[in-house]
Design a protein around this ligand. Structure first.
Ligand code: SF4
Length: 232
């Protein structure tokens, strides 16, 4: 218990120190202190920004994406564009243990409709958990204003769920800052963002939202679920 308190205080102090730092400085500090680190790329607007910054700080950085086999075709196209633009050779595709057919056979067809929590565990949380075992920490593109569940996220924090460092260099950024960065650098992004999809996940669990709606309300609509379980 005492060890956990010490670890938590270390991250609180670091988070305070870097609260107002720019993402590149946060990343430099993270790579200096906590290698091996890996970046979880979901190909959303925040993640293409973070990928660009990570690439400038550490061109050989480790990164991965959780391929649930259920992405929109536009997401796979964006992945290929990013691989080409940044010449990514350390982007690991992390797959679920079960194919969609095996999952349907064992747990029922269209599990995302009946029990999305179980589907997210099988296709996202469990593969992430296994993959992160090789690292000391992970880097994510979450922002505080994205959802109440993310409002208290810190630049550096201890991830109790995965028992490792979690680095969130964009926590303080607004949506406008993200899009300004994308436009300035002409970074490829998912065209679905221009069609009413502010947050893009698996195709069966993502719908477009109307102007003024909560940006994450298009995820798991009708299920009262707002997170897949990767972020507390
Ligand atoms: S987002 Fe939907 S389809 Fe994707 S893993 Fe979760 S429940 Fe399954």
């Amino acid at each position: 218990m005492e060890g956990l308190t010490t670890v938590t205080s270390e991250f609180e102090a670091l988070a305070q120190q870097y609260e107002h730092a720019d993402p590149a400085s946060i990343l430099r500090k993270a790579y200096e202190m906590y290698e091996p680190l890996t970046f979880a790329c979901s190909f959303g607007a925040e993640d293409v920004v973070l990928l660009d910054i990570i690439h400038s700080v550490h061109p050989d950085a480790q990164m991965f994406y959780l391929d649930t086999d259920l992405f929109f075709p536009e997401t796979y196209t964006l992945r290929d564009q990013l691989i080409e633009r940044y010449r990514l050779n350390r982007l690991t595709q992390v797959r679920p243990a079960l194919t969609l057919q095996e999952q349907a056979h064992l747990h029922g067809d269209r599990l995302w409709e009946s029990t999305p929590d179980v589907c997210c565990n099988l296709r996202k949380v469990n593969p992430l958990s296994s993959h992160l075992g090789a690292y000391r920490g992970w880097i994510t593109g979450i922002r505080r204003e994205q959802a109440p569940t993310r409002a208290n996220a810190q630049v550096f924090e201890w991830d109790h769920k995965f028992a490792m460092v979690k680095v969130n260099p964009l926590v303080k950024w607004t949506s406008d800052q993200v899009w300004e960065y994308i436009r300035d650098r002409q970074i490829p992004y998912n065209p679905l963002h221009d069609q009413g999809y502010p947050s893009i996940g698996c195709a069966p669990c993502t719908r477009a939202v109307q102007a003024g709606e909560d940006p994450r309300s298009g995820r798991w609509a009708n299920h009262g679920k707002t997170e897949c379980g990767l972020h507390k």
